[in-house]
Ligand binder design. Structure first.
Ligand code: ADP
Length: 728
């Protein structure tokens, strides 16, 4: 990345077209689900139990209350009965009718081909019966091929996901350990949090440490807000939000000023409790003063957000799209999106918010768990009608209305990548604290759910509600596909020989699945193509420039010093200033100490559940912004930050060591690509900082106060340059 003085690097593409978006064919009475999903719950039975209690022992306070887990577990006892009545549990999901022999070009192998009912040919390799198979090796033409062991999955902590998971493991012909295993497993499936089992030293766990915390509404808002400060246009999909109670005054002032300057403004706001899920505790208001009336003087920890009052409607109903996303790894960042999702519909015709209808939850909230209680909820066998439909059937309806659905899909991909990019910095801090480099520990992956409404004015997806994925009746049709394909992508054999080309990788996974090394009966035959599509690193070029906070995080992690901690001590902060040579006649070490104390104290007040003393990542980022603003006065904040990053990374470049993520370049071509391979410094015991008398005025407070003329609905203005969007 070039320094701001040289001009900020821009992404190469302006608009993008995801390669595999097709206008869906008209939904018929047949399920419009693509083949990769049709192996799911429709033919198989799974019970869906609802627990979702957070047993995270470490940082989460959420464990005591299921509602506070941040999970969108949606319960429906009726569905359990319907599902239980399904008699086909455990059967191979893709029925194979005809068998024939085909030869794969160049391999000389005779394989068994089977034709599915849909006419597709599925290639299965046939175990040559006449060849004696020794326990580990088998003869395959001239080659001796090592026979692979079945992948092992510990499901003892899986809880709610267990039935869909069991089915997925069966389909893959992997080996499940439902009560755990003495020796290590390849994959550990946790129902709630990374900390469901704290004694894992190897393999892969399906949860990231800290994800529960990061998906709480306040933390998500903070993470996105930091990105909005640097990249306001790119992050304008997220409605303007305020954190309550601490920003109540700011909220009141900004709305008052906005209304004073435009008397026609009649905004609505949605208030969401911090740890809430399933729409619980959510209410709408028209003015900040309503908060005092509804919530009383003791406003709970919550987020108040501009309400998207003109959502795109279908059949006069508000709806949103629920999509599943796999974060396969943080380092390197790998993101996959499920090609099919669900649409959740409201059950009362939509009207723009008015004092009369503000409390009509069936009109304003799309949560399944709420709407299923309405007498108007339409249970339908067809996935293209009713109160719960497939994403593809909704895309079809939108296409017929003239909506550019390729653009919608491309915007959704963009929104998902940007949201994950906003979460990654904090997740990396949690990761390093829980799984310190150099110590034995597992790697992690996680399925997330995104709830995405579409703004009618811009036909752009907006306001993602992100939540941890816990399968529930609402996603019956897609969950096995998502879980099974997540497992396929996490197959340790794939990790050992990573492919640079994701498409190739996916093909290889498919070939692998039917390979004779595990045999058709051992390893999952006739699996459909993957329903998960890689979007990152595929679209690295378009989005990598957004990862500046991650580069700041790499510096933070470098100077964190003590393993297992998430807070930077004063000495660590001083070492950062010294090693990056940021102190000079304009910035004395005394004022550095004051900066540290001031920001750290203020953030300690804003992070009430923090158990550690010291400077949190958000506080460090704020300090970094402040230092950047001081040093590079005339530039935009983004340019200031990039310039300071250049300075720091250049200073550290020649110092030995390694920092997770420190080698992040802004984009592949940037001259600023720095391989800052930094070892952790050990700053030693914290010193007592110098309590100098000068008062430091927080830069964030200054920035937010100076933006009080912010106009509501800024995001609805057409963006001149949608810098980060998706293209082939
Ligand atoms: P929860 O986690 O409790 O489900 P969400 O943030 O997902 O909370 O919000 C619940 C529902 O409220 C969403 O599914 C959506 O229908 C509606 N909603 C949320 N935020 C907004 C917004 N800013 N504008 C309009 N509707 C919203």
């Amino acid at each position: 990345m070039k320094s701001s003085g040289e001009g900020v690097e821009k992404p190469e593409e302006d608009t993008v077209e995801p390669d595999d978006v097709t206008v869906p064919s008209p939904p018929a009475s047949v399920s419009p689900l693509p083949a990769c999903y049709q192996t799911s719950a429709r033919r198989d039975s799974f019970k869906t139990s609802v627990t979702g209690r957070n047993r995270s022992k470490i940082r989460s306070k959420l464990g005591k209350d299921e509602k506070n887990t941040g999970h969108k577990q949606e319960s429906d006892p009726g569905i359990q009965e319907i599902v239980a009545a399904n008699a086909n549990a455990g059967k191979p999901l893709n029925r194979i009718d005809n068998e024939r022999q085909i030869q794969i070009k160049g391999t000389g192998k005779i394989l068994q081909g089977k034709t599915e009912t849909n006419g597709n040919t599925v290639v299965l390799q046939q175990r040559p019966k006449e060849i004696k198979v020794c326990p580990h090796f088998k003869e395959d033409g001239n080659k001796v091929v090592k026979r692979r062991k079945a992948v092992t999955v510990d499901t003892s902590k899986a809880k709610t996901s267990s039935e869909a998971l069991k089915l997925s493991i069966r389909q893959l012909k992997w080996k499940e350990f439902p009560v755990g295993r003495r020796s290590a497993c390849d994959i550990y499936w946790h129902g709630v949090s990374f900390h469901d089992n704290d004694h894992i030293l190897s393999g892969q766990v399906n949860k990231f440490p800290g994800m529960i915390e990061m998906l709480r509404k306040i933390n998500l808002s903070r993470a996105v807000r930091t990105m909005q400060e640097l990249f306001p246009e790119e992050y304008n999909f997220y409605p303007r939000s305020w954190i309550l109670p601490e920003e109540f005054q700011l909220f009141s002032t900004q709305i008052r000023l906005a209304k004073e300057s435009d008397a026609s403004l009649k905004p609505t706001f949605i208030v969401k409790p911090d740890g809430g899920s399933q729409g619980d505790g959510i209410f709408l208001i028209r003015d900040p003063s309503d908060l005092r009336i509804i919530a009383g003087s003791q406003t709970k920890q919550s987020v108040v957000q501009e309400y998207i009052d003109k959502p795109l409607l279908i059949d006069k109903l508000k709806f949103d799209i629920r999509l599943y996303v796999l974060v396969k790894s943080l380092e390197p960042l790998e993101i996959y999106i499920a090609k099919e999702g669900l649409s959740r519909f409201c059950t009362e015709p939509y009207q723009e918010p008015s004092q009369k209808n503000l409390n009509h939850v069936f009109m304003h909230l799309t949560n399944y768990s709420l709407n299923v209680q309405s007498g108007n909820f339409v249970h339908s066998d067809s996935l293209s009608s009713g109160s719960k439909r497939t994403f593809s059937s909704v895309l079809f309806r939108l296409a017929s209305k003239g909506v550019d659905i390729k653009k919608v899909w491309s915007d959704i991909i963009s929104l998902v990548i940007k949201t994950v990019i906003a979460l990654v910095p904090e997740l990396k801090v949690y990761y390093q604290a829980d799984i310190p480099p150099g110590k034995p520990g597992p790697s992690c992956f996680q399925i997330l759910g995104f709830d995405i409404p579409i703004d009618e004015r811009t036909t752009k997806p907006v306001s993602p509600g992100v939540f941890e994925y816990v399968p529930s009746p609402v996603d019956e049709e897609v969950k096995v596909g998502v879980i099974r394909d997540t497992l396929r992508l996490m197959d340790p054999a794939q990790k050992k020989s990573p492919m640079s080309n994701p498409e190739q990788q996916q093909e290889d996974i498919l070939a692998e699945v039917g390979s004779p090394e595990r045999g058709p009966g051992e390893r999952g035959d006739a699996l459909p193509s993957l329903c998960l599509k890689q979007v990152f690193p595929k679209y690295t070029k378009q989005f990598n420039y957004l990862r500046s906070v991650e580069r700041i995080t790499a510096l933070f992690l470098r100077f964190l010093g003590v393993r297992g901690t998430m807070r930077l001590g004063p000495t660590g902060f001083r070492t950062f200033i010294r090693n990056c040579k940021l102190s000079n006649s304009n910035l004395s070490m005394a004022s550095v100490d004051i900066l540290y104390i001031d920001i750290t104290r203020r953030w300690a007040g804003m992070l009430p559940d923090s158990r550690e003393a010291g400077m949190a990542l958000q506080a460090f980022v704020e300090a970094f912004f402040y230092l950047a603003q001081r040093r590079f006065k005339s530039l935009s904040l983004r340019e200031q930050v990039l310039s300071l990053l250049e300075v720091c990374e250049a200073q550290l470049e020649n110092q030995a060591g390694g920092v997770p993520g420190a080698s992040l370049a802004e984009d592949g071509n940037s001259s600023s690509r720095r391989s800052v391979s930094c070892s952790r410094t050990h700053p030693g015991r914290p010193q007592h900082p110098n309590h100098a008398s000068a008062q430091f005025c927080s830069p964030a407070v200054q920035r937010r106060a100076s933006s009080q003329d912010y106009r509501l609905h800024q995001r609805h203005r057409p963006t001149q340059t949608q810098k980060a969007s998706v293209e082939n």
